[in-house]
Write a protein that binds this ligand. Sequence first.
Ligand code: SF4
Length: 700
Amino acid sequence: MTTVDTHCPYCALQCGIRLGQKGSGRITLAPRDFPTNRGGLCQKGWTAAELLTAADRITTPLVRDATGELVEASWDDAYARIVAAVRSAQGAAGPDAVAVFGGGGLTNEKAYTLGKFARVALGTSRIDYNGRFCMSSAAAAVNRAFGLDRGLPFPLTDLAGADAVLLVGSNLSETMPPAVQHLSGVRSRGGLIVVDPRRTATAALTESDGGIHLQPVPGTDIAVLLGLLHLVTLAGDTDDAYLTRRVSGWDAVRAAVTMWWPERVERATGVPVGELRAAATLLAGASPSAGGAGAYVLTGRGAEQHAHGTDTVTAAINLALALGLPGRVGSGYGCITGQGNGQGGREHGQKADQLPGYRSITDPAARAHVAEVWGVSESSIPGPGLPAVQLLDAIGQPDGPRVLFVHGANPVVSAPDSDKVARKLAQLELLVVADFVPSETARLADVVLPVPQWAEEEGTMTSLEGRVLRRRRVIQPPEGVRDELRIWHELAQLLHIPVQFAATPVEVLEELARASTGGIADYTGVDVARLDAGEGLHWPCPQVGHPGTPRLFLDRFDTADGRARMVCVDTSPVDDDVRPDAPIYLITGRILQHYQSGAQTRRVPELLRGEAGPFVQLHPVLAARLGIEEGDCVRVTSTRGSASGMARLSADIRRDTVFMPFHFPGQGAANAVTNPATDPVSGMPEFKVCAVRVSREWVS
Ligand code: SF4
């Protein structure tokens, strides 16, 4: 039996697994002891090997023929189509006529090379990725406050010693079950506070432990956070010595928060004053300045996926700073990253406004450094492009993209207002999709390029802790499949680009490390041999031999004066609020069995048996009012579109709100309903508050 230690292909927890194979037999999978999962795996992880035998695996390029069908083609034919379309589009409308849409599941090496391919080989500014939909608002808020964005600036295991954890908009029990073990200490002390409009599995755990569940109106978590800060301030529980020494902006924030007295917060959010006071007391009592063992404020997509997501996260950070938590061992603020390489995906140049090393694309010094590594002139690197929603929306406009490359993403299911996205893609002169299965986006493509999947590739990933890890190849990909690094290398040659595109992950990591030197996400000291020798390295790792940096900000924040920046937040009403013709809130999210657009997990029979299709969770009182019974088919409609699913009645959700998982396409596509309004700072769409009407479609 040959065994290989690697990591789960799905979420940012990157649980450690061991894959085994006897001869050419079936791949076996078992959890292994790794700091984030300590031998635990969720159902998705346990069944991940089944993906390797997906029945509809793509093993040859596909091109759309004259009849409109996708038919098998040679690699030469597929490349010829692509090169001709790129030349034609750019000849007619300039470099930005070609755009690139990446993914937070690509390895660091692929994320880096995709950014370089877009800017050097295609010469386009128009590159962005699906991480824009995931946690871009947290990234923007953290950068604004601390000058450096790493999801968790401390190891996950640090949570164990805290007396309180405030978890805003994260259902860890379903999205990352092995992570819940790190909350066992705080749970045993009754210190977990969950903010969620649903009584999720995580909220239920909290209640059973004597913790607190605050259940606000969707979109009002920002008011809950302001109310908590108001109470902490009023009670004199702020860490004034810390605020004086380590924070700027406190005076303005303190003055602004007086507007959020508890009764006002109760009116705005529906959270009773007593519960708000209990949460503030619990959190403040756990903070070190009050003699507690420590406290954390953590946010997830529920807090972040808003058109005011950056300010909601900023309100969470302000609360943590007022209590003196960030930059202290045993306390802090962190964001629970979602996608497997959501962290690394945004560090190496896939984002519209960033270059490798998490550098700003408008910073002349950063541009000069990266240009030298790439062997191009600084002036040849395009400026900032468009964030994901705007990039997709520009298709069909006179100066919009005419050719689009999609790598590691399925925007037809994952983007807001998804039916419109599908209509936009149909207007392209050429849509190129690289994937290993026919995702909903691949089915619309003009050229489909078959690529390896997780256990067939080598590279590195960066987990939610900023820990760089090895993804190891266990089996060779099927014949006919080509690695993306090779594809970009070959396309660059066919486009006659006089710049080297490394085609092996080791070469790319070495180049990536050089490109990151001196940047925020500094990988200079990261190499394969060091990763192989241990359990990964936390960036920044600025020199060869550097031990990595598990905990950030202990002495100073990454700002010019070393202080964290508090910023006053905008509390304008949500973009698409309920009204007589759309009187109910729709919120969306993940469920235990599925991941992201479901393109992978819907191909795993065991997961599909666990949850086969879309559902609409609604309160029995709301259901009775609408004449809906358990199992009826329910239609949820907004001004953008509609989706349907089986009614699932539950008292765990507010009476003014329905919930749908976003993993399903077609009639059950929750994102056909969601709102593409975006956060002005981060470009994050408003996934989490959507005014809808709900009706019974047919009876079960
Ligand atoms: Fe995989 Fe995430 Fe589940 Fe761990 S928690 S097994 S990384 S999906």
